[in-house]
Design a protein around this ligand. Sequence first.
Ligand SMILES: [Zn+2]
Length: 179
Amino acid sequence: MDQLFAPWRIEWIKRDEKNSDVDGCVFCAFPEREDDRENLLVARSDHAFVLLNNYPYSPGHVMVIPRAHTGEYADLTDDQLLDHARLKQRTFEAAETALEPDGFNAGLNLGEGAGGSIGDHLHTHIVPRWQGDTNFMPVIGDSSVIVQALEETYDQLHEAFAAQEGATVPGAGRAVVFE
Ligand SMILES: [Zn+2]
């Protein structure tokens, strides 16, 4: 059972000094910034965005995050729910195209008992899985290699999102936008 639940215990962590200056909620701060690629923010819609996990369980481990700052699923409006679901759908499609996994784990941590570390802002983990895979981070180890792997995965996912219907890319280093 440990393996089944392991992906949900791996949360977003501060990658470098620059991010340690975020007061309050990182999931509220990141969409406001200019440099999406540096922040690993790969796609955004009206009410949600997709962020690569800094500590991926597997390559392509992302979080689909509603823009609304709440930890209560019941707080999301119909528009926010639909937009979040639609962005999850796009994320599965982009990951399938870019990474060709054998399957996915996907889910939310709700409440303190569920093991999430950023409990006050909802986020859905999407974890691509391959037959016989093991936790990617212990396999890689070296942090400079991890950053490089994250950037490569970012570019692969970005290209796949950008090829989807309704996608626009506002500029270099910017996330794919869905209107
Ligand atoms: Zn927040």
